[in-house]
Design a protein around this ligand. Structure first.
Ligand SMILES: [Zn+2]
Length: 284
C-alpha cells in the first residue's frame, strides 16, 4: 500500500495507548529489516531518513527503496524525514513522496521556530503530509554539559502549550533527557516534565534518542503519552555486531551477502523486540 501519513498512525496509537516505532534506515538491508519486522509483528511502522541517510544513500534511492517495501507490505508504512533542516529540504522531501516530515527549528528562538513550523504546515496540510516539530534541545550523548545547561535544554511545558497552540503541529518532539547516540551511563529522564507537557498539550509526543533507554523507562514514557519512539543506534549496533561476527569467524569471506544477510536478520530481530516493547505489535 502507499505510504500512510504519520498522524494517522499516531491517532490510532493515542486511542490504543501505545507507541509506533520510527526506525532510521539508510540502506536496502535496513529498509527490508524494518518492514519485515513490522510484518512479522503485524504492526504499523515508520521508516525514517536522517540527514546522514540522505547524504549516504541519496534522497531518490531512499524513497525508491522505501516505496518498494511499503507497496509490498501487508502493514501500514510511513516515510518520515528526521530532523528536516530547512523549508527547502522539507519541500524537496514532500515532492519526492514522503508522507511525513520533521522540521527541526529547535535551535531557533521560539518565535522563529513557530514561524518556520507554520510555514511548513501551510504546505504540508494542503498535500496531506504530517508535520513533527521539536521544542527543547535533544543533545548528543557526546555532549559534555553541566546540570544547569542540561536543565536549560529540556522542554518548558508552558512553552510547549504555546508552541502547539500557535502552530497546530501534528506531533511534538520534546527534550526530557534523552540524547542521540550511545549513552555512557544510564540516561536520566524527567518524567514529571513529560507529564506536565502532556497535561498541557493535546498532540502526540515524540521521543528521540530512545536507543539505550531502559525498557521500563520506555514503558513509563508511553504510559505518559509518548506515541512515536525513534530508534537508530540500537539497529546500528545489532547490524554491525552481526556483520562483525561473520567477518571474525570467516576472514576469507568475500560475498557481501553472507555478511549483510545475517546483519539484516539481526536488525529485524532487534526491531521486533522494540515493536513489542512499544505495544504496537498486532495493531496493524
Ligand atoms: Zn532525533
Amino acid at each position: 500500500m502507499p505510504f500512510v501519513p504519520v498522524d494517522v498512525l499516531l491517532k490510532r496509537a493515542e486511542e490504543g495507548q501505545y507507541a509506533v516505532g520510527a526506525f532510521n534506515c539508510n540502506n536496502m538491508e535496513i529498509v527490508q529489516a524494518i518492514v519485515a519486522a513490522a510484518e512479522a509483528e503485524r504492526a504499523p511502522v515508520i521508516l525514517q531518513a536522517s540527514q546522514g541517510a540522505i547524504k549516504y544513500a541519496g534522497l531518490d534511492f531512499i524513497v525508491a527503496m522505501a516505496r518498494q517495501a511499503a507497496e509490498k507490505a501487508s502493514v501500514p508504512v510511513a516515510l518520515h524525514l528526521d530532523h528536516g533542516t530547512s523549508f527547502a529540504q522539507v519541500m524537496q522531501c514532500i515532492r519526492a513522496g514522503f508522507s511525513s516530515v520533521m522540521i527541526d527549528g529547535s535551535k531557533l528562538p521560539l518565535e522563529e521556530n513557530i514561524a518556520l513550523t507554520r510555514q511548513v504546515l501551510a504546505v504540508a496540510r494542503a498535500v496531506g503530509v504530517s508535520v513533527e516539530a521539536e521544542l527543547g534541545k535533544i543533545g548528543g550523548t557526546e555532549d559534555d554539559i553541566s546540570v544547569a545547561d542540561w536543565e536549560a535544554m529540556l522542554t518548558d511545558p508552558e512553552e510547549a502549550r504555546y508552541f502547539v497552540e500557535q502552530t497546530g503541529v501534528d506531533s511534538l518532539a520534546i527534550a526530557i533527557g534523552t540524547a542521540h547516540g550511545r549513552y555512557k551511563g544510564e540516561p536520566r529522564l524527567d518524567f514529571d516534565r513529560l507529564a506536565r507537557v502532556r497535561s498541557l498539550v493535546q498532540v502526540p509526543i515524540v521521543l528521540h534518542g530512545s536507543s539505550g533507554v531502559p525498557d521500563e523507562a520506555i514503558r513509563r514514557a508511553i504510559a505518559l503519552g509518548v506515541r512515536k519512539v525513534n530508534i537508530d543506534t540500537n539497529i546500528r549496533e545489532a547490524f554491525v555486531a552481526a556483520a562483525r561476527r561473520v567477518v571474525d569467524a570467516h576472514p576469507e569471506e568475500i560475498d557481501p551477502r553472507k555478511i549483510l544477510g545475517p546483519a539484516r536478520e539481526a536488525a529485524t530481530e532487534i526491531i521486533r523486540e522494540k515493536i513489542r516493547l512499544f505495544g504496537s505489535s498486532g495493531k496493524a
